[in-house]
Ligand binder design. Structure first.
Ligand SMILES: [Ca+2]
Length: 197
């Protein structure tokens, strides 16, 4: 194992300095969780944690609990890998400290609509921040058969920024159309005045 990886940990892990004190499932020091140990490695290093290959039909929703506490938290990403093409689609992303103190938060990821029986693999990717106070932990991953319609927390939606771009484009187009209408109206008014003369 390299010095920077996901580890099965429990309690106040001997590996990390800013990881959880207790797991999410049991809330005890005996409960297990997965820990991205950043005591080794350097800023920007990444480590992946992959699920079993999963075959699924729709709808499906993926949930998990994360712990991202500490001044040097890097980034946590969740992607789905299409096993036929080996392409990853980014579904969820957060960077920087997310949980104050020793708190776990829930992440929700609607899964994209691949054809039925397509084989996929969920991939957690941790990216190391600039220091050792940046341990990221994951617990209680679950696949729900009930649909979910949006990413939670909403700021973890990788498409949020493109959504804003869409709004900006819409505003700009509306503005251009408004100017065009004003120019056309002025033109018509001017022409009418010319005709009167
Ligand atoms: Ca647990």
């Amino acid at each position: 194992m390299d010095k920077f990886d996901w580890l099965l940990a429990s309690g106040d892990s001997v590996y990390g300095v800013s990881g959880p004190q207790v797991d999410h499932t049991l809330g005890t020091e005996r409960g297990k969780y997965m820990l991205l140990d950043v005591s080794g490695g350097s800023a920007g290093d990444n480590a992946q944690l992959k699920s079993e290959e999963l075959t699924y039909t729709y709808p499906r929703c993926f949930g998990f609990w994360y712990h991202m506490s500490g001044d040097n938290i890097g980034e946590l990403r969740v992607s789905i890998r299409n096993m036929d093409t080996n392409d990853d689609t980014l579904l969820w992303k957060l960077n920087g400290p997310q949980t104050a103190g020793d708190a776990w938060k829930e992440g929700i990821v609607p899964l994209p609509e691949y054809p039925p029986a397509e084989i996929g693999q969920l991939v957690f990717e941790g990216i190391r921040g600039t220091g050792t106070h940046g341990d990221i932990a994951i617990d209680d991953t679950a696949m729900y058969t009930t649909p979910c319609d949006r990413v939670l927390p909403t700021e973890a939606d990788p498409n949020t920024s493109s959504g804003n771009t869409g709004v900006i484009v819409g505003v700009v187009i509306s503005f251009i159309m408004a100017i065009t209408i004003v120019v056309v109206v002025i033109f018509i008014v001017v022409r009418r005045d010319e005709l009167k003369v």
